[in-house]
Design a protein around this ligand. Structure first.
Ligand code: DX5
Ligand code: ZN
Length: 232
């Protein structure tokens, strides 16, 4: 992919690994959160699924509230739920530091983003693989984070959809020099992370690629391998 002659963004945000706890052992979720942070995770990615917006059910605010005391790490909450507005406050109170809502979750995206901002949390918007980036045009000055889905949401262990890489670089151009975190979610492994990083992402959600091996040592090795691969 030839790098367009766009000026380098004034803000180069740090590379962050955000393990998705969807891939962790749910029977010991608190320890799994603590271990992955001790193993070098920058953020903890919380995949909330309602069985309606996505064909899977994961966990709600009470589980997140129970996880909060296990770490001070940034809780990066990805709400794959619709409707989303009635639940934003509960996730904020549960201890999410960033709350990301789907542009497809309802008719009033800007109001959802305003609600997150009003609760003092980092504001995120996310879009599914088939959703055009034009949905972002009118909210670029209202968000701190843009999450690009590189798989169709609902399950871990899927393959990254190659067409989403071009989408990442086009969104990076849209962002310009705004200090917006550009996060990619789904199918991030040592094989795919470099292309996603080159495309412009700086935050990488990884579930199966981090939690494989099932021990803190394995997580540490997996995270180091992802960081090394990103810079390769
Ligand atoms: C949607 C979820 C993803 C998923 C990533 O399916 O939002 O975060 O857990 O899992 P991996 O990294 O295994 O593709
Ligand atoms: Zn996610």
């Amino acid at each position: 992919m030839t790098q367009s002659a766009m000026p380098q963004a004034a803000t180069t945000l740090p590379l962050r690994i955000a393990p998705s706890i969807l891939a962790s052992d749910f029977s010991r979720l608190g320890q799994e959160v603590r271990d992955v942070v001790d193993a070098g995770a920058d953020w903890v990615h919380l995949d909330v699924m309602d069985g309606h917006f996505v064909p899977n059910i994961s966990f709600g605010p009470d589980v997140i509230k129970s996880l909060r005391p296990y770490t001070d790490a940034f809780f990066d909450c990805h709400l794959m739920i619709a409707p989303v507005d009635p639940y934003i406050e509960a996730f904020a109170k549960a201890g999410c530091d960033g709350i990301t809502v789907h542009a497809e979750a309802g008719p009033h995206l800007h109001r959802s983003l305003q609600a997150i901002r009003g609760l003092g949390k980092k504001v995120g918007v996310t879009l599914n693989p088939a959703t055009p980036i034009s949905v972002l045009e009118n909210v670029l000055d209202d968000v701190d984070l843009i999450l690009v889905m590189s798989v169709n949401p609902g399950f871990g262990g899927q393959k990254l959809i190659p067409a989403t890489l071009e989408k990442i670089s086009r969104i990076k151009s849209m962002i310009g020099d705004r200090p917006i975190e550009l996060e990619v979610d789904g199918g991030i492994t040592t094989e795919t992370i470099a292309a996603a990083h080159r495309a412009g992402a700086n935050v990488f959600v990884a579930g199966s690629a981090v939690y494989k091996g099932g021990s803190k040592d394995a997580y540490r090795a997996n995270i180091s391998a992802l960081v090394a691969a990103a810079k390769a």
